[in-house]
Design a protein around this ligand. Structure first.
Ligand SMILES: Cc1cc2nc3c(=O)[nH]c(=O)nc-3n(C[C@H](O)[C@H](O)[C@H](O)COP(=O)(O)OP(=O)(O)OC[C@H]3O[C@@H](n4cnc5c(N)ncnc54)[C@H](O)[C@@H]3O)c2cc1C
Length: 464
């Protein structure tokens, strides 16, 4: 009897694990196919069955997609079928075939749609389509640091209205994952029969202690940039991969005569500049100076006010769209300023894996002041871990001024690397650098190569 019970228990466990693996596999597969179809400009695949409800996401750094899957998980009860789809894989006609949709969309850069949603913007949002049979709700994610707060969410909402779609509730806008605003969405999901919680964080933040802070660009023409290293205070701080980011709780200093009630912290995102094997979580943070001359709240606190050995609370944020596979494909890493953070983490991860076909294209102001992590990068170039190193210092007056100039000057090599299957990572400022690099890539690679790069998910960006 006991043996029978053990066999039954093992069977149940096996079914549960197989189910989970199938779910993860399906999710991964669906994502790749959708991305490829969307970017190749193919008509969107019609949803495979008439789901009761669709949750559609447009995500730049993974947050909108994570919330979409949570929303779907909460709503998948009482036999309801809920399908999760990427907006970029759809067109107007496929939306017209749906009855009820929950959109979770973020805004990126200068009020733009996230990269993976661009095909939908190009294909669908410039045309008219009859969506009078569609009911929807929309969660817009944004960051008030940027002037065009939630602009893409607002634009999509207006477009849906103009096509005759009927909104189930007023658009919900969330600043930087703010819990209070997300609670509105959670309530909406419950009003639609959902169970379980939809929240930005499924776990409590982990605690880290500042053990190193070094200014890297003393005397620079630009604002000071700091290398920060933290060690985990918690026994099990969790892990991350190259490309991931952290969301740090920044204490809010009350104004002199403001009520003293404890205020919610601000949350600020930073790209991780190290790999877990280094034993430290490193960041590369540039001070931001506001119009009133004060330092930015997050960058000021991290680079000046937080004492050495002081503790911070943070969430590790997976940024799957900025990961690369462990395979032997060459890697082209392009970035400026603090964009070097995520690129450094990738180079460290590739070193651990013994993958040395790496080409770093880095830009800053002056070689003498702003060549962050210079000794490490030069050592990698000498040892062969960097197969190519291209530097562009805009204020030095020799060589290419910007990373996009460097790419243009090496157009033949760039095409050869891409033809050999290279992945292209771009990290750093959205304004200027990322757009200019995108233009240079289109120009140098030509439409066919550029489209293939996108369709195969080999062009990835972490820009802010
Ligand atoms: C995914 C992601 C990764 C990031 N990685 C890094 C990183 O590795 N290193 C790093 O230094 N920063 C990074 N940032 C930017 C960082 O999150 C903060 O925006 C930055 O430190 C300024 O915050 P603050 O609180 O100091 O300034 P605040 O007090 O919030 O703002 C001060 C003023 O500066 C302006 N401002 C602030 N940030 C920006 C911006 N990015 N673009 C345009 N205007 C801005 C605003 O107009 C604001 O009025 C990243 C952002 C994102 C979204």
């Amino acid at each position: 009897m006991q043996i029978l019970m053990m066999i039954a228990a093992l069977g149940m466990a096996l079914i549960a694990v197989t189910g989970l693996l199938l779910y993860l596999n399906r999710r991964r597969g669906a994502k790749v196919v959708a991305h490829a179809a969307a970017e190749a400009g193919m008509p969107s695949p019609p949803p495979d069955r008439g789901a009761d409800l669709y949750v559609i996401h447009a995500s730049q750094n993974g947050m909108a997609e994570r919330l979409a899957w949570q929303t779907a998980a909460a709503l998948r009860c009482k036999g309801k079928t809920v399908e999760v789809l990427a907006l970029g894989a759809l067109d107007g006609a496929s939306l017209a075939g749906m009855r009820r949709v929950l959109f979770v969309v973020s805004t990126f850069g200068e009020g733009e749609a996230p990269d993976p949603a661009q095909p939908f913007v190009r294909r669908a949002m410039s045309a008219s389509v009859d969506l009078s049979g569609l009911e929807y709700a929309l969660l817009a994610l944004g960051d008030r640091v940027y002037p065009q707060f939630c602009a893409f969410g607002r634009r999509l909402d207006a477009w849906l209205q103009a096509q005759g779609a009927r909104s189930l509730a007023a658009r919900i806008e969330v600043n930087n994952g703010e819990a209070k605003a997300l609670a509105h969405w959670d309530r909406l999901v419950h009003s639609l029969g959902g169970q379980g919680e939809v929240s930005a964080e499924s776990q409590a933040p982990t605690r880290w202690r500042l053990v190193e802070r070094v200014e890297l660009n003393t005397g620079s023409l630009g604002l000071p940039c700091f290398h920060l290293a933290f060690e985990a205070v918690d026994a099990a701080p969790g892990s991350w991969q190259a490309g991931d980011t952290v969301s740090i709780a920044i204490p809010v200093t009350p104004a002199p005569r403001a009520p003293t009630a404890a205020s919610e912290p601000l949350w600020r995102s930073y790209s991780i500049a190290s790999v877990p094997e280094e034993g430290r979580l490193c960041l590369l943070v540039r001070q931001v100076r506001r119009e009133d001359g004060q330092l930015g709240q997050g960058s000021g606190w991290l680079t000046r006010d937080l004492p050495m050995q002081g503790e911070i609370a943070l969430h590790l944020r997976e940024h799957a769209d900025f990961h690369v596979t462990d395979g032997p494909q060459p890697l082209i890493l392009i970035g400026n300023g603090t964009g070097l953070a995520a690129l450094r983490a990738h180079l460290m991860q590739r070193k651990r894996l013994g993958r040395h076909e790496n080409w770093l294209v880095f830009g800053e102001r002056q070689r003498a002041r702003d060549f962050h992590y210079r000794s490490q990068i030069e050592a990698w170039a000498v040892s062969g871990h960097l197969a190519r190193l291209s530097l562009a210092f805009s204020r030095d007056g020799d060589g290419p001024r910007y990373v996009q100039d460097s790419l243009r000057a090496q157009s033949e090599v760039l095409c050869q690397w891409v033809d050999r299957g290279a992945w292209v990572l771009v990290s750093g400022s959205a304004k200027g650098m990322a757009t200019e690099v995108d233009t240079a890539l289109r120009e140098v690679l030509g439409a066919a190569r550029y489209d293939a790069l996108l369709a195969q998910g080999r062009y990835r960006r972490d820009v802010y």
